[in-house]
Design a protein around this ligand. Structure first.
Ligand code: SF4
Length: 265
C-alpha cells in the first residue's frame, strides 16, 4: 500500500512545500532581525569590547558610527550568532549560580555593572562579578563569558584566552582595572556546538590594561580633534584589512576597507 503519511516522501508536492516553508520562515526571521538591528541606537563611545583590535583607525570608524562599506554590514546569519552568544551568557550564568556561586550580573535597577571614563566617551559593561562560591579562588573576581564556535573554542582550550583571543584578554584587563577587581578573573567559554564549558583564571595584566586605556584616550582625542588615525597596514591586501589568518590569529575582513583606502594614509 502506498504510504501517504507526512514525511514519507510519497505525498504529492510535499518536498517542494516543505522547502518553501523553510525559506519563508527564515526570510521572515532574517527580515525581523535586520529591522531590529537597524533600529538599535548607535553606540557613541569607545567600547572595551573592540579596543584590542589591531587597527586604531578601524576602532575610530566604529566609534564614530561611520557607515560600513556597501554589503559589509552584519548579515542576518551573524546577528543570529550574536544573539546565541547573548543567550548563552544567561545560560552559563544560570549554571554558575546553580553550582552555588554568588554571581552578580546586574544592579538593583536592572542595569549591567560597568564603568564610564573620559566624560562617558569610554565605557564598558561586565558580564558579572563572583562574590563567593564553592571553588577556592580569590573573591571578588570578574566573570567574563564568551560563546564560541567549535574550532575557536578548541583553540581557547588549547592555548588559553590570552594567547588565543587577545581582544578578549584586553577587555578583561580593562574591566579588572576600571572596576578594581585585581584578583584573577574567571573566564568561561561556551562551545556553541556541544555546550561544553571551558573555564580558566586570568591574572590581572596591569601593563595590558594601561596600553588599552591609552588607546582609548588616543581614539577619543582624535575624534575630538577630527583627526583620522593611521592605518595599521601598509597595503590593502594585508590580512588585517582583507581578513584571513596571520600566524595563530584569524582576522575578520574590515567593514570599512573601501572607505579606508580611499582616504589619506
Ligand atoms: S582597512 Fe585596514 S587599515 Fe583600514 S581601517 Fe580597516 S583594518 Fe585599518
Amino acid at each position: 500500500m502506498l504510504d501517504l503519511n507526512h514525511g514519507s516522501g510519497a505525498t504529492y508536492g510535499a518536498q517542494r512545500q516543505a522547502t518553501a516553508v523553510v525559506e519563508a520562515v527564515n526570510a521572515a526571521i532574517d527580515a525581523a532581525l535586520l529591522t531590529r538591528h537597524r533600529a538599535e541606537p548607535p553606540r557613541r563611545y569607545v567600547s572595551t569590547s573592540g579596543l584590542g583590535r589591531p587597527c586604531l583607525r578601524q576602532i575610530q570608524f566604529d566609534t564614530l558610527n561611520v557607515p560600513k562599506d556597501e554589503g559589509r554590514d552584519f548579515e542576518p546569519a551573524t546577528l543570529r550568532i550574536f544573539e546565541a552568544g547573548h543567550r548563552g551568557e544567561d545560560v552559563v550564568a544560570d549554571w554558575i549560580r546553580a553550582a552555588g556561586f554568588d554571581l552578580r550580573t546586574h544592579r538593583s535597577d536592572g542595569r549591567q555593572f560597568g564603568f564610564s571614563a573620559l566624560d562617558g566617551r569610554f565605557r564598558g559593561h561586565i558580564d558579572g562579578c563572583l562574590v563567593a562560591g564553592p571553588v577556592g579562588i580569590a573573591y571578588p573576581a570578574l566573570w567574563e563569558n564568551k560563546a564560541l564556535g567549535a574550532a575557536s573554542w578548541k583553540d581557547v582550550v588549547k592555548r588559553g584566552v590570552v594567547l588565543s583571543k587577545p581582544v578578549y584578554a584586553a577587555q578583561i584587563a580593562l574591566y579588572q582595572a576600571y572596576l578594581e577587581l585585581p584578583h584573577p578573573a574567571l573566564f568561561t567559554a561556551l562551545n556553541r556546538d556541544t555546550w561544553e564549558l571551558h573555564a580558566e583564571l586570568v591574572p590581572f595584566d596591569a601593563a595590558l590594561a594601561q596600553r588599552m586605556s591609552d588607546r582609548a584616550v588616543t581614539v577619543v582625542r582624535a575624534n575630538d580633534h577630527q583627526e583620522l588615525l593611521p592605518r595599521v597596514a601598509r597595503e590593502r591586501s594585508s590580512v588585517v584589512c582583507r581578513g584571513g589568518r596571520a600566524g595563530d590569529h584569524w582576522h575578520p575582513s574590515c567593514a570599512w576597507i573601501d572607505r579606508c583606502w580611499r582616504l589619506a594614509p
